[in-house]
Design a protein around this ligand. Structure first.
Ligand SMILES: [Zn+2]
Length: 218
C-alpha cells in the first residue's frame, strides 16, 4: 500500500492504494482515468488503468470520504476474483483439461506471490500433462498410465525420446523439491519450474500439430 494523489471533482485528494495490479498482480503505479463522487454512498469512485504494457487493464476502486480528522480516503474492501488468462494452447487444453485448470490455478497463486501453493500446483499440473500425453500416445494403456507412479511413466512411455525423458526427470526432481521440507536445489525456483513445464508443453503442441496436419495432407 502507498499514498497516491488523485483528482476528484477538480480537487486533489490523498488515497491509500495497493502497489500491485488486481489483474496481473505486478507492481505498478496506476494511471487515474476517471472519478466521480457518489452522494448516495458518500464515497469516491475511481477508475484506474494498469500501467504494465502487457496488461493495461482497467479497475475500479471505491473510497470512503475521510472524517474531519483525516485527509486520507480509505479504500472500501473490494475482492477481485483473480481470474487470469494463462497462455495454454488449444491443443493442450483439449488434450488435458485437468492440466490446463491446474496450471491456471497455479499461475493465479503465483501472481499473488503464494509461492508454496503455486509450486505444489505446478508440480501437480505437470503430472497430469505427462500422463495425459502418454495416454494420447498409448490409448490402450490409459488405466495403467493413470495408476502408475510418475517416475515409472516417464521411464516406460518416454524412453524413445531421450531428451524429452531427460527434461521430464529434471522437471520431476525440481517439482518434487516443492513438496520437501529441505530444498535440494537452492538456485532453482517456481519460475524455473513453470518455464520447464512450458518447454514440455511446446513439444507436445508441436507433436499434436504434426499429427493434425499429417492427417490433412494424406
Ligand atoms: Zn496489470
Amino acid at each position: 500500500m502507498h499514498i497516491k494523489e488523485i483528482n476528484l471533482e477538480s480537487y486533489k485528494h490523498l488515497i491509500e492504494i495497493s502497489d500491485t495490479c488486481p489483474h496481473c498482480g505486478k507492481i505498478m503505479e496506476p494511471h487515474q482515468i476517471y472519478s466521480f463522487f457518489d452522494g448516495a454512498s458518500n464515497t469516491a469512485i475511481l477508475v484506474f488503468r494498469c500501467t504494465i504494457t502487457s496488461c493495461r487493464k482497467f479497475f475500479i476502486l471505491e473510497y470512503n470520504t475521510p472524517s474531519i480528522f483525516s485527509e486520507l480516503y480509505e479504500p472500501v474492501n473490494y475482492q477481485y476474483n483473480g481470474v487470469m488468462n494463462v497462455d495454454i494452447s488449444q491443443n493442450i487444453q483439449l488434450l488435458s483439461p485437468i492440466f490446463s485448470d491446474t496450471f491456471t490455478e497455479a499461475s493465479i497463486a503465483e501472481s499473488k506471490s503464494l509461492n508454496n501453493i503455486s509450486g505444489l500446483a505446478f508440480r501437480k499440473s505437470f503430472e497430469f500433462l505427462v500422463k495425459d500425453f502418454a495416454s494420447y500416445q498409448h490409448p490402450d494403456k490409459v488405466e495403467k498410465i493413470r495408476n502408475e507412479k510418475l517416475n515409472n511413466v516417464i521411464d516406460m512411455f518416454y524412453k524413445d525420446m531421450p531428451k524429452i525423458k531427460e527434461l521430464l526427470h529434471i522437471i520431476r526432481r525440481v517439482g518434487n523439491d516443492e513438496t520437501h521440507y529441505y530444498r535440494e536445489f537452492t538456485d532453482i525456483d517456481v519460475k524455473d519450474l513453470k518455464k520447464l513445464i512450458h518447454s514440455f508443453s511446446l513439444y507436445i503442441d508441436m507433436i499434436l500439430n504434426i499429427d493434425e496436419f499429417s492427417e490433412k495432407v494424406k
